[in-house]
Design a protein around this ligand. Structure first.
Ligand code: ZN
Length: 203
């Protein structure tokens, strides 16, 4: 399976990193070895002094598809989740400045937190999901999928032009504003509405 990640999908986050607003979705992949195993702490890798949390809505693909039209995209997922796209911001900046791929900064072991899943049936409108991240009991990121530049079904249409989507593939749909550094002993908890979707400790 593959983890397909979208960058720069919320305007306020584009501003905070002083990035340009893209004309197409920014797409990158993480290897499956990036998945943080359930109940494990997240270990800050020794090659970074500035690992950031990026809380993101996740979409789990349940059917094989390529060139999926937006109007059929909803048939390709029936579960929504919440996760973190951990990013070694210092390393990412170095790579970006040189025009090199980001993978080392985004795809390292443990860099993909995947929380619990909920059925799409439990969600009133996938384009109006409220989600948040608490760090040590303070809300640090607050998002709503209504603010996405490209909505879930548009992302499926777009990425499936390039990659065949397979059962179990997961799309990380981009982070809202409020990304920030994590340090040892931080506790991160993610929520969709009031429902806790993950809880992890940083080491
Ligand atoms: Zn991200």
């Amino acid at each position: 399976m593959k983890l397909i990640c979208i960058g720069r999908n919320y305007t306020e986050h584009i501003k905070e990193l002083e990035n340009e607003k893209p004309t197409d979705p920014v797409v990158f992949l993480k290897p499956d070895t990036a998945i943080l195993l359930k109940k494990q702490p997240f270990f800050i890798p020794d090659f970074s002094n500035d690992v950031h949390h990026e809380v993101e809505i996740l979409v789990k693909i349940n059917k094989v598809g390529k060139y999926i039209a937006k109007k059929f995209a909803h048939k390709y997922y029936d579960e929504i989740g919440l996760g973190i796209d951990f990013t070694a911001r210092d390393l990412q900046k170095q790579l970006k400045d040189k025009g090199l791929p980001w993978e080392k900064a985004k795809g390292f072991d443990g860099a993909a937190v995947i929380g619990e899943w909920m059925s799409v049936k439990e969600i009133e409108d996938v384009n109006a999901i409220k989600f948040s991240l608490k760090k040590n009991e303070n809300i640090v990121q607050l998002g709503n999928t209504s603010h996405m530049l490209w909505k879930i079904d548009e992302l499926i249409e777009y990425v499936s032009k390039y990659f065949t989507l397979k059962i179990g593939d997961i799309i990380f749909t981009g982070t809202p504003a409020g990304v920030g550094k994590v340090i040892a002993n931080d506790k991160l908890k993610g929520f969709i509405e009031d429902k806790e979707m993950f809880s992890i400790t940083v080491k």
